[in-house]
Design a protein around this ligand. Structure first.
Ligand code: GLV
Ligand code: MG
Length: 321
């Protein structure tokens, strides 16, 4: 199944409330890779129906360039979910790339959402399987099922950490989203959660996305928190304000030095494993020993760099002796 947003960069995902026509319009010109129009927590219960209409109108207006377009519906336990999904697919199913499901608790919720989307695609004559799913992990129960959730559907493209709801779900003793709870001074309180999401994502070939940082004026804080998930290997982060977009795009972009290094490893490994290079499996590149595992790591970094359009600034030189 080939879903629409798969394989496309998602360094930054901009959250836009579906109740605000002005913000839906403004989002078009911003430089986020991806954009989700919200029907869930940023929209008051009495404004949900109007928000559906605003979102359908905004999607049909177009003008979003290459951004991946998602709609976040209400979670599976609510009376709104089925109508949210039905309305947006009926109104803009050929335009939107993904449905985002928040507070996913079990794999079954993804399976049911998948089958609802399939039925709608079939009845509307849309290509079956094009619309992807994004799953937010924001509860203790959701995290215990994250592997099964990641494996639940080929439509699933991303697994997203929802820190605010998650902190509430586990009774974490702080109200500052994404920051370490005071008194916990032995490491990163989010490490287990981030790693669990990342491993589920990598095991099933999905993207791992970090959630929002609410203190929108604190770019230093944004960079600090984004830096942790980026270092682990996450693919991107939500942004709530235009100022956070450039920071996220830079943080999750492949770095030139890493890209050059990766290309060098690939060339060197190619050469040394060939008969010309001595058909060796483990060799020295400068002061570093490289082998097949190094090649695998280098392939990941080089693929990201190539996809981002980076150009090499160094070349591998065969030894002369
Ligand atoms: C996002 O939805 C969050 O709860 O952090
Ligand atoms: Mg949430």
């Amino acid at each position: 199944m080939d879903t629409a947003g798969k394989g496309r960069s998602r360094r930054s995902t901009l959250a836009v409330p579906g109740s605000s026509v002005k913000m839906l319009d403004k989002a078009k010109g911003l430089g986020a890779d991806s954009l989700f129009m919200d029907l869930e927590d940023a929209v008051a219960p009495v404004a949900k129906e109007q928000a559906r209409e605003n979102i359908i109108a905004a999607l049909n207006e177009g003008g979003y360039g290459s951004k991946i377009l998602s709609v976040r519906v209400n979670d599976w336990s609510t009376p709104w979910t089925t109508q949210d999904v039905t309305s947006v697919i009926q109104g803009a199913g050929s335009i939107l790339d993904c449905i985002m499901l928040p507070k996913v608790q079990t794999a079954d919720q993804i399976i049911q959402l998948d089958s609802l989307i399939t039925n709608l695609e079939k009845s509307l004559g849309l290509p079956v399987g094009r619309i992807g799913i994004e799953a937010q992990i924001e509860t203790a129960l959701g995290l215990t099922h994250v592997n099964a959730i990641a494996a639940a559907s080929p439509r699933l493209e991303t697994i997203i950490f929802g820190p605010a709801d998650f902190m509430a779900s586990i009774n974490m003793r702080t109200l500052v989203v994404g920051e370490q709870p005071q008194g916990y001074d032995v490491g990163d309180a989010y490490h287990f959660i981030l790693m669990s999401i990342l491993i589920a994502a990598r095991a099933y070939d999905k993207l791992a996305i970090d959630g929002p940082y609410l203190a929108i004026k604190d770019l230093e804080g944004f960079n600090r928190v984004a830096g942790r998930s980026a270092a682990l290997g996450f693919d991107g982060k939500w942004v709530l304000h235009p100022d956070q977009i450039d920071a996220a795009n830079a943080m999750f972009a492949p770095r030139q030095a890493d890209y050059d290094h990766a290309e060098l490893i690939l060339d060197a490994y190619d050469y040394y494993t060939s008969s010309d290079g001595g058909a060796r499996g483990a060799v020295m590149l400068g002061s570093e020993m490289i082998d097949e595992a190094s090649r695998k790591m280098a392939l990941v970094v080089s693929a990201k760099g190539r996809a981002a359009g980076l150009k090499r600034t160094s070349v591998f030189e065969k030894p002369t002796d």
